[in-house]
Design a protein around this ligand. Structure first.
Ligand code: CP
Ligand code: NVA
Length: 305
């Protein structure tokens, strides 16, 4: 078996590789906008395995593969043998024998680790309950486009200590920003992941309030209060997070040129006020669009083309 390069968390790429992937993403975006063809993955196929819903991830990977000259197969677990209990290791061996790269969106992070361990081609984590690293590539690319390098800047995370928080934590190692985190008690990030990232150089401040977290922030970001799989906790979470909405008052405590980001989908009136997400500091549409270009660069990198 070959020894493929996987992207399961941001710690799978070095700071130099992260910077170079984003620079390539920006270049690929410019090529696409100017109509210059960039068919670097001609003849290549990607399997996209989904066990959860998606809009941005599916559209960006499928369109990205098309723009690079390759082909993408949408495989939902409900219509594959994976969903009927075929072992992950068997599925990984079979699917990777036919395609050149695989992306997976699922619940348990251990599933993508197991799949990758048995895959002969690169595997990309397209969101698990633990992390969502592709989103951080797009988000940091968006920051770079608007403000230049994110190294030594300050990012404020407000809300749930979830898969997005975890990827922002790991991204501090890759991209060198400081991350201020404000979460309610009981919703703090995973302690093991946090300790590991700090041991690798992540610069993290755990803050007591959202107001404290946004002090000096160049970027304020949040996410839904109930992630996919937590729908039944919606009401309990609405109560726990009621003081964690990003509104204009909170944004006014950040730096005056602070950007607002949200991975989407968003719930206006819950984690973010409508006048923030639809306001002048918000770059959420750029973030979403940049999934396309950052992931094209990631696929090229993992496939070494
Ligand atoms: N941000 C994100 O991953 O969106 P989707 O769930 O629509 O893919
Ligand atoms: N935390 C959210 C992110 C969606 C892109 C979820 O996991 O549902």
């Amino acid at each position: 078996m070959t020894n493929p390069r996987h992207f399961l968390t941001l710690l799978d790429i070095s700071p130099e590789e992260g910077t170079s992937i984003l620079a390539r993403g920006i270049a690929l975006k410019a090529k696409q906008k100017s109509g210059e063809a960039h068919r670097s993955l001609e003849g290549k196929a990607m399997a996209m395995i989904f066990e959860k819903a998606s809009t941005r991830t599916r559209v960006s990977f499928e369109t990205g593969m098309f723009q690079l000259g390759g082909h993408a197969l949408f495989l939902h677990s409900e219509t594959t043998q994976l969903g009927r209990g075929e072992p992950v290791s068997d599925s990984a061996k079979v699917i990777s024998s036919m395609v050149d790269i695989i992306m997976i969106r699922t619940f348990d992070h251990a599933m993508v680790e197991q799949f990758a361990a048995h895959s002969s081609v690169p595997v990309i984590n397209a969101l698990t309950d633990l992390t969502h690293p592709c989103q951080i590539l797009a988000d940091v690319m968006t920051f770079v486009e608007h403000r230049g390098s994110i190294k030594d800047k300050t990012v404020a995370w407000i809300g749930d200590g979830n898969n997005m928080t975890h990827s922002w934590i790991n991204g501090s190692v890759t991209f060198g920003y400081t991350l201020n985190i404000a979460t309610p008690n009981g919703y703090t990030p995973d302690a093991t992941l946090l300790r590991h990232a700090i041991s690798k150089g992540a610069k993290i401040n755990l803050c007591n309030t959202p107001q404290e977290a946004v002090q000096g922030a160049d970027l304020v970001t949040t996410d839904v209060w109930a992630s996919m799989g937590q729908e039944e906790e919606q009401k309990i979470r609405e109560a726990a997070f009621k003081d964690y909405q990003v509104d204009t008052a909170l944004m006014s405590n950040a730096n005056s040129d602070a950007l607002f980001m949200h991975c989407l989908p968003a719930h206006r009136g819950e984690e973010v006020a409508a006048d923030v997400i639809d306001g002048k500091q918000s770059v959420v549409w750029d973030e979403a669009e940049n999934r396309l270009h950052a992931q094209k660069a990631l696929m090229e990198f993992l496939m070494s083309v």
